[in-house]
Structure formats: C-alpha cells, structure tokens
Design a protein around this ligand. Structure first.
Ligand SMILES: [Fe+2]
Ligand SMILES: [Fe+2]
Length: 501
C-alpha cells in the first residue's frame, strides 16, 4: 500500500511527506483520502503534508461525507455483519454525483465540460514534452515552439490534401491547428471532446495555422508496480446477465454456479474465489429496443429483478458480489448512472454491493474500474479498425484518454452533472467492461483489461446489428499477481478451460 500511495502521488506530480504517509496508512480508506488530496492540490505546492491529510479526514465536508459514505456502505449495503466487518473493500469513486440545483441544462453541460477539462488538464500539466505551456488565448504571441492543452471541439479534413484541422478549446479561447496527414501526430485519430496536450510549431507567416509536432494524451503511467495480496484471493468477473430475456443461458449459468460451489473440475480454484464483479445489464429491462417484448420471458421489470435476486442466491453465500447497472437496467440511462434504487436492491441478496456505473473501488487494495461500456457504441464507429469483437482495443484508448465516454451527442447519453464522473482517476489495476457481449482479455501499461462476456445467447436484434456474442465465459483473476484464468461454461469445449494471461 505504501508504494502504491507514493506512486499515485508521483503520478499527480506530488511528493508525500513521511508523516503524512504514516497517517494515510492508518485511515480506513487511504486511497479515497489520497484522491481527495490530489483534487485539492495547488499547482504551486507540490507537497502533501500531515496537516493536509488531517484536513481531509477530520475537518471538511468532503472528509465527513467519505466517512459517512463508508459507514453506510458497510452497514446498509452489506447486511451480513460478518462479511461487512472483514471486507477488504474501499469505494474510491462513483461516477454519479448530484445534479447542481437550479442550473439550466446548458449551463450544467458547461460545468461538466469545465470539470472534465480541469481534471484531465491537471494530468497533463508539468509534462516535459509540454514545456512553455500557455493558454490558448496567449498563443498569438508565441514564436518558434509552444504547447497548449485543450479539448477537441472539431476535426475536419482539408479538401485536397486531407490534412487535419483541429479546433482546440480551453477555458479561455479556441484555436485551429494543423496536423499534416502523414506526420506522427496524425497516427492516432482525434475524438470529439477528448483532452489532449499539443506541442506546436508556430507559423512564421501571418494567416497560417500552428502545426502540431507532438501529441500527448493524459494516459496511465507505464511500468507501474502491481499491487499484490499476500496469499491468493480470486475475483470472478461476469457481465450482461440479461435476466428476463428468453435468451438467458440458464444451463450455462448453472454450470458456472456449480463450479463456484466446488462441484466442477477445478474445486481448488473455486475455493479461492472471494468476490464477484458484474459489469451491468443485470436484467434485460423493458422498452430498451424496438419490439423487445418478443424477446422477453419476464415482461415486468420488478419481476426481472426478483429473478435476478434468485439467480444471485444460487451463488455461494460466502461470496461478496459487486454490481453496477448497464443500459438495460432500471436506472436513468444517462451516464454516469446511479446505483440501483432501494426498492430494487431489496430484491437482491444481502451479500450484494450495488454501485453506480462507472465505479472505482479497491478489493484488497487492487484498484478496479467497472464500467458497463455503453460508449463502445460511439467509440467503435469513430476509431478506424475498432470492433465489438475486440473491445479491449477501445479500452486501451479509454485509458490513454483517461476517460470512459468522451463523445457528447452520440448514442451514449451523458448526464449534465457538475463533476465529470467519467474521468478515469485513479488509474486502475483492472478495467472491466461488458456491453459488447464478447470475451476479451488484454494488458495496457500494466492494467489488466477485461470484457466480461454475457449470459445471453444471440437475440434477433443483435443478429440485425451484426453482433456475434461470445457467451458464458468468465475471467477469474488472482489478486496476488493479477494472473488470470479464462473459464468457458458454454459446454462447447471442456467444461472449464484454462488460460493464463
Ligand atoms: Fe448487454
Ligand atoms: Fe449493454
């Protein structure tokens, strides 16, 4: 934990003093408190002192709300006292936060983008590649080379030579810059509303555009030390159950629950599993796509959640289950989505921890970012070569942008919140998504990427949209070393096939 905290502050250009670190190591939620400290850090004061830690823990509303929140978590959400008392779970960030009261929608979107710019530009500021950084409004006076940080507002091509012209905006102005077609900065496509740092060659003649010579994305630091638990602790990752659909794969689900009860071929593996993470689309919902009622076995959404409760009770009671909603669940579809409402939570067993989508939490200090993945619907068409068959490629891009759903105005509705809850911070050890209904495992700069399959067979609607699901797979990750076993419950091959990554 000590090394992890030091690395976390370093990544945010902060040095933590040793007595501050000692205090942090004693608080119940060191990672959550550290995140608060990073958010309050002043750019001219690169140190984290013991007084600053105390201020966050003891004397602020934010500190108090964290403490209250964690108390609520262990008492209200986990009603099994034995489990709550010993649970190595720490909520770091739920994307969802309250709407600013009284704000008009347009002003609220202004706050959302300002918050995104502030959070992401902080990650880019201070990088050596961006020396000579200046606000967009002061770019006119620059000569030779300059650097700016901004949000991409528009990308267009010049008519003949197909160079790119980017419109870049910061909190004080906008500028157009040129990216030459075959240059290195043109290799990775620019997405609307992502935040980038650009090194520019300023034009010698009036009327010409600054030329981009280098592009920097916020990104996750490379070569990080991985967190480890002392002894093997395993997590099984699932997604997209779609309970209530006619296509729910009951036999395959039964094989998986048998495995967890130690009745499969790998009882020793099952025994080490302590946590289950489910990345959304818990039920099929109603009215999600045209003529969905034809595909439903349970036509009432509350009954779908009651059935979900029954299915989750088929898992061993000793397991701690974390769920986030997806676009089929009965919460507001705008992202970040809140956790399931109380009426629905009461249908679920007591060992279920219901969080918003997305959420960042730590299990045994291993940081997990769980996001359902609705933004694949916008990012896949926007990134040449991206596909639902390989969602982990898109997840790499999310980490590079440090944002789960940057594109506004597409298929992913974004909630007009004062704080952009789709920013990825802190950088996780594991990023898990669903929604694509495929199974993918990959690595990016030391982060384990998982797309966690589905328990729904192909539906008519998916056939129409050319989506080929890879159902009934599960990833079991050992938190001791982040090694992974990919399990196949589809019954097509061996009951439980293994693979290490
Ligand atoms: Fe789904
Ligand atoms: Fe989905």
């Amino acid at each position: 934990m000590r090394d992890h905290l030091v690395a976390y502050f370093e990544a945010h250009h902060l040095l933590v003093e040793s007595d501050a670190l000692q205090l942090l190591l004693k608080v119940p939620q060191p990672l959550a408190v550290s995140r608060q400290l990073v958010e309050r850090a002043l750019s001219d004061h690169p140190f984290v002192t013991r007084e600053m830690v105390e201020a966050v823990i003891l004397s602020t509303d934010l500190g108090r709300s964290q403490a209250i929140r964690s108390a609520e978590m262990s008492s209200a959400l986990l009603r099994t006292p034995r489990l709550a008392a010993s649970l190595p779970f720490e909520l770091l960030r739920e994307g969802f936060s309250a709407v600013v009261p009284g704000q008009q929608p347009l002003a609220a979107y202004g706050s959302l983008f300002a918050s995104r710019f502030e959070q992401l530009s902080k990650m880019l500021r201070g990088r050596p590649e961006l020396s000579g950084l200046r606000p967009v409004s002061e770019l006119g006076t620059a000569e030779g080379s300059a650097a700016v940080i901004g949000m991409i507002r528009d990308v267009r091509q010049t008519p003949e030579k197909h160079h790119l012209i980017l419109t870049l905006e910061d909190d004080g102005g906008a500028v157009e810059v040129l990216v030459l077609k075959d240059s290195a900065p043109a290799q990775v496509p620019y997405l609307d509303d992502e935040v980038v740092g650009l090194r520019l060659a300023m034009p010698k003649e009036r009327g010409r555009l600054p030329r981009v010579t280098h592009v920097l994305r916020p990104d996750v630091p490379s070569g990080r030390e991985r967190k480890r638990t002392e002894s093997p602790v395993r997590v099984i990752f699932l997604s997209d159950l779609h309970i209530g659909s006619r296509s729910f794969l009951a036999d395959e689900w039964g094989r998986m629950t048998d495995f967890l009860h130690g009745k499969g071929p790998r009882p020793e593996l099952a025994r080490e599993i302590q946590h289950v993470v489910i990345a959304g689309d818990l039920v099929d919902g109603i009215g999600i796509y045209p003529n969905q009622e034809r595909d439903l076995a349970i036509g009432d959404v509350f009954e779908q959640y009651e059935e979900l409760g029954r299915r989750l009770r088929e898992l061993p009671e000793r397991l701690h289950v974390v769920v986030v909603p997806g676009n089929h669940d009965a919460v507001c579809p705008a992202e970040p989505q809140p956790a399931l409402p109380r009426e629905i939570r009461s249908a679920l067993p007591e060992n279920v921890h219901s969080l918003g989508n997305p959420s960042t939490f730590a299990l045994h200090s291993v940081v997990i970012e769980a996001y359902h993945g609705r933004s694949f619907d916008d990012l896949i068409p926007a990134i040449p070569g991206a596909s639902y068959a390989r969602p982990t490629e898109v997840m790499k891009r999310m980490l590079a942008m440090r944002h789960l759903a940057p594109m506004y105005g597409g298929r992913t509705p974004l909630a007009p919140l004062a704080r952009d809850g789709m920013v990825i911070d802190p950088g996780p050890d594991i990023l898990v998504t669903g929604h694509a209904h495929t199974f993918g495992v990959d690595q990016y700069r030391g982060v384990l990427l998982l797309n966690a399959s589905t328990w729904q067979a192909e539906t008519e609607y998916q056939r129409m949209r050319n989506v080929s699901p890879v159902p009934a797979r599960a990833a079991v990750v050992n938190l001791a070393d982040l090694t992974l076993e990919a399990l196949d419950f589809s019954g097509r091959e061996s009951e439980v096939g293994g693979a290490a990554a």
